[in-house]
Design a protein around this ligand. Structure first.
Ligand code: 13P
Ligand code: ZN
Length: 236
């Protein structure tokens, strides 16, 4: 996919998130790794911001460019104009700072540490996944409030319908409630992604990875449907 294709895909996935009602106000965020030929193209662009610390080290992303939703920006706005409600960042040679290079100095999402920690791991492990997506789906969040049953939650969700085991065979990882945007949340999410393609942020939302933003969305969509069926099957 070209950078333009990737941005168009981010825009229509943002629209789906809004339609699903998973993206209240500025809820959720997305980060897409841009292809290596974009690195050559964007390398010429002058910085639009001063170097900003990421909060952790991402050596495998040095020199790479990523599209990020803007902090505080709404998915429903990004859906119409991805470059007005997001920006492209470049990871600096120290692997610990970034600068914004296009097209306006829109500050990237407050969950940047989690997204970049994951992209760093994906590149290091030669994964085909190039998209990370965080959103706030109702039923998965509701289940995360039932703390005693969380241990078996992944197995329960996998058994709700055949598609879940087929398309999300590694199940869902779970992290306890941690401060949104924190490095601790990034580190615990990364640990779960060694064994899963989707992680539940208790009492907050989910984060999924995929080869592209649509497939990351599909993974969340399937898990969210399983969560809904689980809650329906338990209701009297
Ligand atoms: P941002 O607007 O900074 O992306 O934050 C939204 C969110 O969902 C935080 O978890
Ligand atoms: Zn969130």
């Amino acid at each position: 996919m070209t950078s333009t294709d990737i941005l168009n895909q981010c825009a229509h996935v943002a629209q789906w998130l809004w339609q699903r009602q998973w993206a209240e106000r500025n809820g959720g965020n997305m980060v897409a790794l841009l292809p290596a030929d974009a690195d050559t193209e964007y390398r010429q662009l002058p910085p639009l911001s001063s170097p900003t610390p990421i909060g952790l080290s991402v050596p495998h992303l040095i020199g790479r460019h990523l599209y990020c939703k803007g902090s505080g920006c709404r998915m429903r706005d990004l859906a119409r104009a991805p470059m007005d409600y997001g920006s492209i960042i470049r990871i600096l040679p120290d692997g610990e700072h970034y600068i914004i290079v296009a097209s306006r100095p829109i500050l990237p999402t407050s969950e940047l540490a989690s997204h970049l920690a994951i992209h760093n791991y994906l590149v290091a492990s030669h994964s085909p996944h190039q998209a990370t997506l965080h959103t706030h789906p109702h039923h998965l969040i509701a289940l995360s409030h039932r703390l005693p049953s969380l241990d078996s939650l992944s197995d329960q969700l996998l058994s709700m319908m055949p598609e879940t085991r087929l398309f999300v065979p590694r199940g869902i990882g779970i992290v306890p409630y941690l401060e949104p945007g924190s490095v601790a949340l990034a580190q615990q999410t990364l640990a779960q992604l060694h064994h899963h393609d989707i992680v539940l942020w208790s009492q907050h939302g989910v984060l999924a990875v995929g080869p592209d933003m649509e497939e990351a969305f599909d993974t969340i969509d399937i898990m969210e449907k399983s969560a809904r069926i689980l809650l329906l099957s338990q209701s009297r």
